[in-house]
Design a binder for this molecule. Structure first.
Ligand code: FES
Length: 211
């Protein structure tokens, strides 16, 4: 049975605004939904003086609700300051879309989390993080849950390829239980470094392939 989507959802799904990637983005994020395994990527261009979002684009690997939410929240976020855009909620997005079926709440949450993670990425890269929580093994593990294992489409932690994490004196070591000449090794290393390096107290990320 088709889901009872509103006219607005269908319109945004058929003609999504701000779809695509920004090649020279100032910040980006890739978020996955634990509920369905779908993903969304968000890219930002930010004015460094006013901290306003000059441009925002998204790529969705999710469903119609996720695409429609990505479309509406990027419209709402464009031109706002980072602090203003941070306050956009999935509820606000869902209301602007004329409502979403309750079973589709996580799709909307995924899009909003993607936007928030991109904003956080900008703040980390530009020393704007207000709450400076020290990086621990748990913090690193949480971030690795957002790095996909290209062999499975699920994250590195869930697919149990992370065999060790060490954090000491600003150096983070991540051991991956795969051979160094694995076809996706370089790609995984780049993604891990990209996720961990922006943390305020990390100055080096070492990724070792240990199989
Ligand atoms: Fe996965 Fe909607 S079902 S994003």
């Amino acid at each position: 049975m088709p889901l009872p989507y509103s006219e607005i959802v269908m319109e945004h799904f058929r003609n999504p605004r701000n779809v695509g990637r920004i090649e020279d983005a100032d910040a980006k994020s890739i978020e996955g939904s634990p509920a369905c395994g779908d993903m969304v990527a968000v890219y930002l261009k930010v004015d460094p003086e006013s901290l306003r979002i000059d441009d925002v684009k998204f790529e969705s690997y999710g469903c119609a609700s996720n695409i429609a939410t990505g479309s509406i929240i990027t419209e709402i976020a464009k031109g706002k300051t980072l602090d203003e855009a941070k306050t956009i909620t999935w509820k606000q997005a869902s209301e602007a879309l004329g409502g979403l079926p309750p079973i589709k709440t996580h799709c909307s949450v995924l899009a909003v989390d993607g936007l928030r993670a991109a904003i956080q990425n900008y703040e980390e890269r530009h020393g704007l993080v207000k709450e400076r929580v020290p990086t621990t093994v748990e913090v690193v593990r949480k971030r690795l849950k957002h790095v996909m294992n290209p062999m499975t489409g699920l994250d590195l932690v869930r697919t149990k390829v992370v065999s060790d994490i060490q954090v000491a004196d600003g150096v983070v070591r991540v051991s991956i239980d795969l051979p160094a000449d694995h076809q996706f090794a370089n790609n995984m290393r780049d993604e891990i470094v990209e996720k961990i390096e922006p943390l305020w107290d990390v100055h080096k990320v070492v990724v070792e392939f240990t199989e």
